[in-house]
Design a protein around this ligand. Structure first.
Ligand code: CTP
Length: 444
């Protein structure tokens, strides 16, 4: 008996897949089909797969061509499978020509001609759900422009900016009119200065546009709440753009900790800093810059609020301003006191420190090295170093790619699939409000 094996994602099953499977089966007597697991797809850069593993597997089962279906979960698994199942022929489409020649050591390798004119990518692209307009002047928007190319179902509609020279050629529409951008988009990404967020988000939401807004969404809790209410009334998605929340390593870190591996959480210490030239800063128009609390506060508070919740009983904040006259803070250190835990955040935009994240528990601690907000790695450490565990996850586009893909999915399903809860967004806005009002703030 000749055993044949083939692998694929089989997202939105199409006739290209079916023809491949029929020909694969005809190569022998028994066909094994490997369907890639969601995580494995993500780790190899396929982040837009529409159907979950169960649906994709069920579609293959219903076809009735496969004699056995297996799940592909890890790099190198093909070799294991070929040996374990006594496979005679490995086959895939000719788009992989040459790529799997290393398997010739274990079995025959056959590349079957790919069916022209159809692919899962094309099907996903056809129903483009999101026409995303960007607003802001920061060079950071180039990262969004770049990452948007990797996300199916999303098309860049334009950029609204006061600095058109920075974005020439980046999109078809470059305008200084927000109304014009709204007219040509069904979703908006806001990366303007924080004091402009409320006004821009409100306008977009009232115009029926979905919004991804760089955190903080607003500079007061009431305004943030009002925007969420308006979004619900207008049936649109509104959420913080906080790329760290979408990095696989960060997401896994939350799950690992919540599963109890370090016991009860007693302390979360989060540091986010970047260095700016001090004299250079003093010469600049400070009103056009993000201060340390708005630039880094939301990211630093994210793990604190996601792990300990937002019901702290007291907080205090120590701020350092660039000089006596301006209120431009370049450094803040805050403590959040919970009934049975304490957290600290240290943020600097002009003051540098080791930007790590440490979560201390009664059984051990988690260490995320600097810069923790774009890490692909963390460690769970115990008293006995032999028990330590290290975790690596591929980080694509600093988390932006997953953030955009999640946004598209949310728009498509009409429900918020974001991992940042509204309580977190509201609390972040409240801390910004307290900072501006000098509530519980000590200046040094
Ligand atoms: N395949 C094919 N003809 C097509 C599309 C896919 O023969 N038009 C084959 C691939 O070569 C592979 C199998 O079907 O052997 C599963 O491919 P998969 O990557 O799941 O499908 P694609 O449509 O290529 O997906 P994507 O666009 O996401 O890459």
């Amino acid at each position: 008996m000749k055993t044949v094996i083939t692998y694929g994602t089989y997202d939105m099953l199409h006739h290209g897949h079916i023809r491949l499977l029929e020909r694969a089966k005809a190569l022998g007597d028994y066909l094994i089909v490997g369907v890639t697991a969601d995580d494995f797809d993500k780790s190899r850069g396929k982040i837009n797969v529409r159907q979950p593993l169960e649906e994709r597997t069920e579609a293959i089962r219903r076809l009735g061509i496969a004699d056995k279906i297996i799940i592909e979960q890890y790099e190198g698994q093909k070799i294991d499978d070929i040996i374990n199942y006594g496979v005679d022929i490995f086959t895939v489409g000719s788009d992989w020509e040459g790529y799997f020649d290393y398997l010739k050591e274990y079995c025959d390798v056959v590349y079957l001609p790919r069916t022209v004119g159809i692919s899962s990518t094309e099907i996903r692209e056809k129903d483009c759900m999101v026409e995303l307009g960007l607003v802001g002047d920061s060079g950071y928007l180039h990262k969004i422009i770049n990452e948007s190319q990797y996300v199916n179902g999303l098309k860049l509609s334009g950029v609204c900016t006061k600095k058109p020279e920075k974005f020439s050629g980046a999109a078809e529409l470059i305008t200084d009119s927000f109304n014009e951008l709204l007219d040509s988009s069904n979703a908006i990404y806001v990366h303007a200065l924080p004091e402009k967020h409320y006004e821009l988000v409100k306008k977009a939401v009232l115009a029926g546009k979905h919004v991804l807004c760089e955190s903080p969404i607003a500079l007061s809790k009431a305004q943030c709440g009002e925007l969420f209410d308006l979004a619900d009334k207008n049936g649109v998605i509104l959420t913080d753009a906080l790329r760290t929340a979408y990095s696989t390593a960060y997401h896994r870190l939350l799950l690992v900790i919540k599963s109890g591996c370090i016991g009860d959480i007693i302390s979360v210490d989060s540091v986010c800093t970047s260095l700016k030239d001090h004299t250079d800063l003093q010469k600049k128009d400070l009103s056009s810059l993000w201060n340390s609390i708005t630039a880094w506060g939301p990211t630093a508070m994210l793990p604190i609020f996601q792990l300990l919740g937002t019901d702290f009983v007291h907080k205090d904040l120590t701020s350092h301003y660039i000089d006596e006259t301006s209120r431009f803070d370049i450094f803040n250190k805050a403590a959040f006191y919970y009934p049975k835990a304490v957290a600290s955040m240290k943020v600097g935009n002009g003051v540098k420190s080791e930007s790590e994240l440490i979560i201390s528990g009664t059984k051990g601690y988690v260490y995320v090295p600097a810069p923790w907000w774009k890490t692909d790695y963390f460690e769970v450490r115990y008293e006995n170093p032999a028990d330590n565990k290290r975790y690596f996850y591929q980080l694509d586009g600093e988390g932006i790619r997953n953030e955009l893909a999640t946004f598209v999915k949310s728009v498509e399903r009409g429900q918020n699939d974001f991992s940042i809860g509204r309580n977190v967004s509201l609390k972040i806005s409240e801390v910004m409000e307290n900072f501006a009002a000098d509530t519980d703030v000590r200046v040094i």
